[in-house]
Design a protein around this ligand. Structure first.
Ligand code: ATP
Ligand code: MG
Length: 266
Protein backbone atom coordinates (compact mmCIF):
# COMPACT_ATOMS: atom_id res chain seq x y z
CA UNK A 1 0.00 0.00 0.00
CA UNK A 2 1.35 3.44 -0.88
CA UNK A 3 2.44 5.46 2.14
CA UNK A 4 -0.20 8.10 1.45
CA UNK A 5 -3.01 5.51 1.38
CA UNK A 6 -1.70 3.81 4.49
CA UNK A 7 -1.63 7.13 6.29
CA UNK A 8 -5.12 8.02 5.11
CA UNK A 9 -6.47 4.68 6.16
CA UNK A 10 -4.88 4.95 9.62
CA UNK A 11 -6.16 8.47 10.17
CA UNK A 12 -9.64 7.49 8.99
CA UNK A 13 -9.80 4.62 11.47
CA UNK A 14 -8.71 6.92 14.26
CA UNK A 15 -11.53 9.31 13.35
CA UNK A 16 -14.12 6.61 12.95
CA UNK A 17 -13.98 5.18 16.45
CA UNK A 18 -14.81 8.40 18.32
CA UNK A 19 -17.56 9.25 15.81
CA UNK A 20 -19.17 5.86 16.40
CA UNK A 21 -19.01 6.45 20.15
CA UNK A 22 -20.68 9.87 19.76
CA UNK A 23 -23.47 8.36 17.64
CA UNK A 24 -24.05 5.50 20.08
CA UNK A 25 -24.18 7.95 23.02
CA UNK A 26 -26.70 10.17 21.23
CA UNK A 27 -28.86 7.16 20.40
CA UNK A 28 -28.76 5.98 24.01
CA UNK A 29 -29.68 9.47 25.23
CA UNK A 30 -32.70 9.54 22.92
CA UNK A 31 -33.78 6.02 23.81
CA UNK A 32 -33.54 6.66 27.56
CA UNK A 33 -34.76 10.24 27.87
CA UNK A 34 -36.35 11.01 24.48
CA UNK A 35 -39.84 11.59 25.90
CA UNK A 36 -38.66 13.92 28.67
CA UNK A 37 -36.46 16.27 26.66
CA UNK A 38 -37.63 19.71 25.65
CA UNK A 39 -37.51 20.77 22.00
CA UNK A 40 -34.38 22.86 22.34
CA UNK A 41 -32.37 19.97 23.71
CA UNK A 42 -33.81 17.64 21.06
CA UNK A 43 -32.62 20.08 18.41
CA UNK A 44 -29.12 20.11 19.87
CA UNK A 45 -29.09 16.32 19.89
CA UNK A 46 -30.26 16.27 16.29
CA UNK A 47 -27.48 18.66 15.38
CA UNK A 48 -24.84 16.50 17.05
CA UNK A 49 -26.16 13.41 15.27
CA UNK A 50 -26.34 15.09 11.87
CA UNK A 51 -22.79 16.35 12.08
CA UNK A 52 -21.49 13.03 13.38
CA UNK A 53 -23.15 11.33 10.36
CA UNK A 54 -21.64 13.92 8.07
CA UNK A 55 -18.19 13.30 9.45
CA UNK A 56 -18.69 9.56 9.24
CA UNK A 57 -19.61 9.84 5.56
CA UNK A 58 -16.46 11.78 4.84
CA UNK A 59 -14.29 9.30 6.74
CA UNK A 60 -16.02 6.26 5.19
CA UNK A 61 -15.58 7.68 1.70
CA UNK A 62 -11.93 8.56 2.26
CA UNK A 63 -11.26 5.13 3.69
CA UNK A 64 -13.01 3.43 0.80
CA UNK A 65 -11.11 5.48 -1.80
CA UNK A 66 -7.82 4.60 -0.10
CA UNK A 67 -8.84 0.93 -0.11
CA UNK A 68 -9.76 1.02 -3.79
CA UNK A 69 -6.54 2.66 -4.86
CA UNK A 70 -4.57 0.02 -2.99
CA UNK A 71 -6.64 -2.78 -4.56
CA UNK A 72 -8.16 -3.85 -1.26
CA UNK A 73 -11.84 -3.63 -2.18
CA UNK A 74 -13.41 -6.96 -3.05
CA UNK A 75 -16.76 -7.16 -4.82
CA UNK A 76 -19.17 -9.60 -3.18
CA UNK A 77 -21.21 -10.45 -6.24
CA UNK A 78 -24.37 -12.50 -5.74
CA UNK A 79 -27.66 -12.82 -7.60
CA UNK A 80 -30.29 -10.22 -6.82
CA UNK A 81 -33.44 -8.91 -8.40
CA UNK A 82 -32.17 -5.50 -9.49
CA UNK A 83 -35.73 -4.15 -9.90
CA UNK A 84 -36.66 -4.97 -6.31
CA UNK A 85 -33.30 -3.76 -5.02
CA UNK A 86 -33.57 -0.43 -6.86
CA UNK A 87 -37.16 0.22 -5.83
CA UNK A 88 -36.33 -0.56 -2.17
CA UNK A 89 -33.39 1.84 -2.20
CA UNK A 90 -35.48 4.54 -3.89
CA UNK A 91 -38.28 4.04 -1.35
CA UNK A 92 -35.84 4.45 1.52
CA UNK A 93 -35.03 8.03 0.50
CA UNK A 94 -38.64 9.20 0.06
CA UNK A 95 -38.69 10.96 3.48
CA UNK A 96 -35.73 13.11 2.40
CA UNK A 97 -37.33 14.04 -0.92
CA UNK A 98 -40.62 14.79 0.88
CA UNK A 99 -38.89 16.97 3.40
CA UNK A 100 -37.54 19.10 0.56
CA UNK A 101 -40.77 19.02 -1.46
CA UNK A 102 -39.08 17.15 -4.32
CA UNK A 103 -41.30 14.56 -6.03
CA UNK A 104 -39.63 11.18 -6.48
CA UNK A 105 -40.81 8.65 -9.08
CA UNK A 106 -39.69 5.08 -9.71
CA UNK A 107 -40.52 3.17 -12.86
CA UNK A 108 -39.30 0.04 -14.58
CA UNK A 109 -40.02 -1.51 -17.96
CA UNK A 110 -39.15 -4.92 -16.49
CA UNK A 111 -40.89 -6.63 -13.58
CA UNK A 112 -37.98 -8.69 -12.41
CA UNK A 113 -34.37 -9.04 -13.45
CA UNK A 114 -31.88 -11.26 -11.67
CA UNK A 115 -28.29 -10.18 -12.13
CA UNK A 116 -25.05 -10.73 -10.28
CA UNK A 117 -24.18 -7.64 -8.27
CA UNK A 118 -22.64 -6.49 -5.00
CA UNK A 119 -25.77 -5.16 -3.30
CA UNK A 120 -23.97 -2.91 -0.83
CA UNK A 121 -21.80 -1.27 -3.48
CA UNK A 122 -24.83 -0.85 -5.74
CA UNK A 123 -26.68 0.76 -2.85
CA UNK A 124 -23.82 3.22 -2.32
CA UNK A 125 -23.88 4.15 -6.02
CA UNK A 126 -27.65 4.66 -6.20
CA UNK A 127 -27.84 6.49 -2.86
CA UNK A 128 -25.16 8.91 -3.98
CA UNK A 129 -26.91 9.58 -7.30
CA UNK A 130 -30.20 10.07 -5.45
CA UNK A 131 -28.75 12.33 -2.78
CA UNK A 132 -27.15 14.48 -5.47
CA UNK A 133 -30.35 14.60 -7.51
CA UNK A 134 -32.42 15.65 -4.48
CA UNK A 135 -29.75 18.04 -3.21
CA UNK A 136 -29.50 19.95 -6.51
CA UNK A 137 -33.21 20.02 -7.35
CA UNK A 138 -35.46 22.74 -5.94
CA UNK A 139 -38.68 21.93 -4.10
CA UNK A 140 -41.68 21.43 -6.39
CA UNK A 141 -39.57 19.77 -9.10
CA UNK A 142 -39.09 16.04 -9.71
CA UNK A 143 -36.52 13.26 -9.67
CA UNK A 144 -37.07 10.07 -11.68
CA UNK A 145 -35.46 6.66 -11.31
CA UNK A 146 -36.00 4.48 -14.39
CA UNK A 147 -34.96 0.92 -15.06
CA UNK A 148 -34.84 -0.85 -18.40
CA UNK A 149 -32.93 -3.52 -20.29
CA UNK A 150 -30.99 -2.85 -23.44
CA UNK A 151 -29.21 -5.03 -25.96
CA UNK A 152 -25.91 -3.83 -27.27
CA UNK A 153 -22.89 -5.22 -29.05
CA UNK A 154 -21.34 -5.97 -25.67
CA UNK A 155 -24.38 -8.11 -24.74
CA UNK A 156 -27.41 -7.33 -22.60
CA UNK A 157 -27.25 -4.50 -20.10
CA UNK A 158 -29.43 -3.21 -17.32
CA UNK A 159 -29.88 0.55 -17.55
CA UNK A 160 -30.57 2.58 -14.41
CA UNK A 161 -31.23 6.28 -14.96
CA UNK A 162 -31.45 8.92 -12.24
CA UNK A 163 -32.84 12.05 -13.82
CA UNK A 164 -33.58 15.34 -12.10
CA UNK A 165 -35.11 18.70 -12.92
CA UNK A 166 -32.44 20.51 -10.96
CA UNK A 167 -29.84 23.16 -11.58
CA UNK A 168 -27.82 21.16 -14.13
CA UNK A 169 -24.05 21.01 -14.63
CA UNK A 170 -22.10 23.20 -17.09
CA UNK A 171 -20.70 21.21 -20.00
CA UNK A 172 -17.08 22.10 -19.26
CA UNK A 173 -17.40 20.60 -15.75
CA UNK A 174 -19.25 17.41 -16.60
CA UNK A 175 -16.14 15.26 -16.77
CA UNK A 176 -14.38 16.83 -13.82
CA UNK A 177 -17.14 16.10 -11.27
CA UNK A 178 -16.26 12.38 -11.38
CA UNK A 179 -12.84 13.19 -9.96
CA UNK A 180 -12.02 13.11 -6.26
CA UNK A 181 -12.99 16.22 -4.28
CA UNK A 182 -14.45 17.88 -7.38
CA UNK A 183 -17.50 20.09 -7.10
CA UNK A 184 -19.08 22.54 -9.51
CA UNK A 185 -17.87 25.99 -8.62
CA UNK A 186 -20.18 28.38 -6.87
CA UNK A 187 -23.19 26.07 -6.44
CA UNK A 188 -22.65 24.83 -2.91
CA UNK A 189 -25.33 26.57 -0.88
CA UNK A 190 -24.38 26.98 2.77
CA UNK A 191 -25.29 23.91 4.76
CA UNK A 192 -25.51 21.62 1.74
CA UNK A 193 -21.79 21.12 1.46
CA UNK A 194 -20.81 17.62 0.49
CA UNK A 195 -17.23 16.59 0.12
CA UNK A 196 -17.04 15.87 -3.60
CA UNK A 197 -16.17 12.21 -3.11
CA UNK A 198 -19.51 10.51 -3.82
CA UNK A 199 -19.36 10.45 -7.62
CA UNK A 200 -15.73 9.38 -7.84
CA UNK A 201 -16.53 6.47 -5.57
CA UNK A 202 -19.67 5.66 -7.58
CA UNK A 203 -17.63 5.65 -10.78
CA UNK A 204 -14.95 3.37 -9.35
CA UNK A 205 -17.53 0.93 -7.96
CA UNK A 206 -19.37 0.90 -11.29
CA UNK A 207 -16.16 0.07 -13.11
CA UNK A 208 -15.40 -2.73 -10.65
CA UNK A 209 -18.87 -4.14 -11.36
CA UNK A 210 -18.12 -4.17 -15.11
CA UNK A 211 -20.46 -1.27 -15.84
CA UNK A 212 -20.30 2.37 -16.83
CA UNK A 213 -21.60 5.66 -15.45
CA UNK A 214 -22.28 8.63 -17.71
CA UNK A 215 -23.98 11.99 -17.57
CA UNK A 216 -26.11 14.25 -19.72
CA UNK A 217 -26.96 17.64 -18.31
CA UNK A 218 -28.14 21.09 -19.25
CA UNK A 219 -27.75 24.08 -16.98
CA UNK A 220 -31.12 25.20 -15.64
CA UNK A 221 -32.95 22.12 -16.95
CA UNK A 222 -31.53 19.16 -15.07
CA UNK A 223 -29.19 16.21 -15.16
CA UNK A 224 -29.49 12.56 -16.06
CA UNK A 225 -26.96 10.02 -14.77
CA UNK A 226 -27.01 6.69 -16.63
CA UNK A 227 -25.66 3.57 -15.01
CA UNK A 228 -25.18 0.56 -17.28
CA UNK A 229 -24.61 -2.83 -15.66
CA UNK A 230 -23.94 -6.17 -17.34
CA UNK A 231 -27.07 -8.32 -17.58
CA UNK A 232 -25.24 -11.34 -16.29
CA UNK A 233 -25.91 -13.71 -13.43
CA UNK A 234 -23.29 -14.56 -10.85
CA UNK A 235 -21.64 -17.89 -11.18
CA UNK A 236 -22.94 -19.26 -7.90
CA UNK A 237 -25.12 -22.19 -7.03
CA UNK A 238 -27.40 -20.52 -4.52
CA UNK A 239 -30.51 -18.82 -5.82
CA UNK A 240 -31.44 -15.20 -5.32
CA UNK A 241 -29.79 -13.85 -2.19
CA UNK A 242 -31.44 -11.80 0.54
CA UNK A 243 -30.16 -8.33 -0.06
CA UNK A 244 -28.69 -6.24 2.71
CA UNK A 245 -30.59 -3.26 1.36
CA UNK A 246 -33.99 -4.99 1.59
CA UNK A 247 -33.72 -7.03 4.76
CA UNK A 248 -35.25 -6.18 8.11
CA UNK A 249 -32.37 -3.98 9.18
CA UNK A 250 -32.62 -1.87 6.14
CA UNK A 251 -30.14 0.76 6.54
CA UNK A 252 -32.03 3.70 7.88
CA UNK A 253 -28.68 4.73 9.31
CA UNK A 254 -26.82 4.26 6.02
CA UNK A 255 -29.39 6.43 4.28
CA UNK A 256 -29.21 9.05 7.04
CA UNK A 257 -25.43 9.11 6.68
CA UNK A 258 -25.63 9.62 2.93
CA UNK A 259 -28.23 12.39 3.25
CA UNK A 260 -26.79 14.07 6.32
CA UNK A 261 -25.68 17.27 4.61
CA UNK A 262 -29.02 17.98 3.01
CA UNK A 263 -31.03 19.39 5.84
CA UNK A 264 -29.11 21.46 8.32
CA UNK A 265 -30.94 22.02 11.58
CA UNK A 266 -31.27 25.57 12.69
N1 ATP B 1 -27.65 15.91 -9.96
C1 ATP B 1 -26.78 16.92 -9.91
N2 ATP B 1 -27.15 18.17 -10.28
C2 ATP B 1 -26.27 19.21 -10.25
N3 ATP B 1 -24.99 19.09 -9.86
C3 ATP B 1 -24.56 17.87 -9.49
C4 ATP B 1 -25.42 16.73 -9.50
N4 ATP B 1 -24.71 15.65 -9.08
C5 ATP B 1 -23.47 16.11 -8.81
N5 ATP B 1 -23.37 17.43 -9.06
C6 ATP B 1 -22.15 18.27 -8.92
O1 ATP B 1 -21.04 17.39 -8.84
C7 ATP B 1 -20.35 17.59 -7.60
C8 ATP B 1 -19.73 16.30 -7.14
O2 ATP B 1 -20.72 15.37 -6.71
P1 ATP B 1 -20.31 14.29 -5.61
O3 ATP B 1 -21.48 13.41 -5.37
O4 ATP B 1 -19.03 13.66 -6.04
O5 ATP B 1 -19.97 15.18 -4.36
P2 ATP B 1 -20.91 15.89 -3.29
O6 ATP B 1 -22.33 15.44 -3.45
O7 ATP B 1 -20.63 17.36 -3.37
O8 ATP B 1 -20.30 15.34 -1.93
P3 ATP B 1 -20.43 13.84 -1.36
O9 ATP B 1 -21.19 13.00 -2.34
O10 ATP B 1 -19.00 13.39 -1.19
O11 ATP B 1 -21.12 14.03 -0.09
C9 ATP B 1 -21.40 18.16 -6.67
O12 ATP B 1 -20.82 18.88 -5.61
C10 ATP B 1 -22.16 19.09 -7.63
O13 ATP B 1 -21.43 20.28 -7.84
MG1 MG C 1 -22.83 13.35 -3.61
Amino acid sequence: MALKDEFLSLISHEFKTPISVIIAAVQAMEALFGGQLDTRIKNYIQRIRQNAYRQLRLVNNLLELARISSGQVKMRVRNYDIVFLSSSITRSVVPYADQKGVKLFFSSTIREKIIGIDDEKYERILLNLLSNAIKFTPGGKSVFVRLSCIDSKQGGQVCVEVEDEGIGIPEDQQEMIFEKLAQVEGVQAPGTGGTGLGLSLAKLYTKALGGSLSLKSQVGRGSCFTLLLPDRQADVLDSVAECAACGPEHPIQRVAIEFSDLYPME
